[in-house]
Design a protein around this ligand. Structure first.
Ligand code: SF4
Ligand code: SF4
Length: 469
């Protein structure tokens, strides 16, 4: 197979004019390559299944952007709960930073959906239809023959069908699995807008998984671009032991290191780089070069591990430093974010109850009484229907008597349904003083959670009026 010499001057996946250079990574066998397909299978099942698994009567993940409501693992959120996402993203973001600081691009090489789908589905189809890397490359650069036409047509037909299915499965995250099935049964005409989304998504995913591939990791992904600031010489990455391997030379040559310069590590690399040039931003941490080199080492009867998971410091012959200041900092920030999101998540009530003041004047004088009217806005955020009840909290001993009129003390609401309930509170005019508050207790029957509402009361300030000359 023809490979140009990868250097450090420019991206190997680009030619001199900046055009796309398609990579044909060779097949490899080894301990990491054996595990990856199974892990990818599990992750693909996980990524696809999330909108189809039901938790508490709703999909485990359903991001109903149109209605600004979100179902996550049995909890229901609306736009007002968006602050929770901030803490969650902070926690997850810093956890990924800790991972990058510890293990380099472990996420990219092993769990990122881009890697998982390209390697777990699309590259496998490519191998199945067009054969090993050398054959694929020869086919791509060879003349248009019947065989080439047939294989290319079959590959792209499979790509398109699978991408079409994946795009629809992905749509289920945004329209819910049930609705997606109904839409499919109704046909594209009945849901033309969603159909166009599905079609657009199919085209984008097809282009990405067939053509763009590793360029997403190299050019677009911010996590990939930020690796160099998250890592340091103590980060465990995939590295070449240059002290052991250099000077590289043919097997029988004298005075050379363990690297026999077979270039298998380059041939199997999905981003086409030569890891012997040192860690490069194109390395997505797939571990294919480890397996490739170990296989060669086995054949030439030398110990494995010439390319291995190791820190740059250790590869340079210095002692390992595992715990270092940036680890403390990243871990602390990640823990704060995760802890905050766990606490907020746990305290998140499955309903909302807010006090709003009624229209018009703040209070009404009715004989000896002062009447306040407020609106209690209720919103059921349970996955299913629930009954929300409002009841007054009796004032403490010595406090002025309050009379509550709540015409709808119990309201039945469907999931994410809301209602504005008027509440009248009356008290003797002489008992009123500024800063007075009444309390209401709102209970949700579905979760048995309770929230106390404070209602600031308004009235005439008789004391200051009496003090006036
Ligand atoms: S250098 Fe090795 S680990 Fe990095 S992308 Fe290439 S084959 Fe994968
Ligand atoms: S596979 Fe190993 S022996 Fe072959 S070139 Fe790469 S590092 Fe050297």
């Amino acid at each position: 197979m023809v490979h140009s010499q990868p250097g450090l001057e420019r991206l190997h996946v680009l030619d001199e004019r900046g055009g796309r250079k398609y990579v044909y990574p060779a097949d490899v066998r080894g301990r990491y390559t054996r595990v990856r397909p199974w892990l990818f299978l599990l992750l693909i099942a996980f990524y696809i299944a999330l909108p189809w698994i039901s938790v508490g009567g709703h999909p485990a993940v359903f991001l109903d952007i149109a209605a600004r409501r979100f179902f996550l693992f049995g909890r229901t959120f609306n736009a007002q709960d968006f602050y929770l996402v901030f803490f969650l993203l902070t926690g997850v973001g810093f956890s990924l930073i800790v991972l990058a600081s510890l293990l380099g691009r472990a996420w990219c090489g092993w769990a990122c959906p881009q890697t998982v789908f390209v390697e777990g589905i699309y590259r496998r189809i490519e191998r199945l239809v067009e054969g090993p890397a050398a054959h694929r490359q020869a086919l791509a650069h060879g003349p248009l023959t019947l065989e080439k036409l047939g294989r290319k047509a079959l590959k792209h037909a499979l790509y398109l069908v699978i991408t079409f299915v994946l795009a629809h499965l992905f749509l289920a995250y945004f329209v819910s699995a049930d609705k997606l099935l109904r839409m499919l049964a109704d046909g594209p005409r009945a849901h033309f807008g969603t159909f166009l989304w599905g079609l657009g998504l199919t085209i984008v995913l097809y282009w990405n998984f067939f053509w763009f591939r590793e360029q997403l990791c190299l050019i677009v992904c911010p996590y990939g671009r930020l690796q160099s600031v998250m890592q340091d010489p103590d980060t465990i990455n995939i590295g070449y032991d240059h002290r052991r391997g250099e000077p590289r030379g043919k097997l029988k040559a004298t005075g050379v290191g363990d690297c026999v310069d077979c270039r298998r590590c380059v041939a199997v690399c999905p981003t086409g780089i030569d890891i012997r040039n040192g860690l490069q931003m194109e390395c997505v941490g797939c571990a294919a070069c480890i397996d490739a080199c170990d296989e060669i080492m086995g054949k030439v009867k030398r110990p494995p591990g010439l390319i291995r998971y190791e820190s740059e410091r250790v590869l340079n012959g210095e002692p390992r430093h595992f715990l270092r200041p940036r680890m403390y900092l990243y871990t602390a920030l990640g823990a704060i974010g995760l802890l905050a999101s766990i606490i907020l998540w746990a305290r998140h009530l499955p309903f909302e109850a807010n006090v709003l003041h009624g229209r018009g004047t703040a209070y009404v004088l009715d004989g000896d009484l002062v009447r306040n009217q407020v609106i209690v806005h209720l919103l059921n955020k349970n996955a299913g229907p629930s009954v929300l009840s409002i009841e007054p909290v009796p004032p403490g001993s010595g406090a002025p008597p309050l009379e509550f009129i709540i015409p709808q003390a119990r309201v039945s609401l469907g999931s994410l349904e809301g209602l504005a309930v008027p509440v009248l509170i009356a008290l003797p005019r002489t008992a009123y003083h500024p800063g007075m508050k009444a309390q209401l207790r709102v209970q949700d029957s579905a979760s048995q959670s309770v929230r106390l509402l404070e209602v600031p009361l308004s009235g005439p300030n008789l004391r200051s009026a009496a003090a006036r000359p």
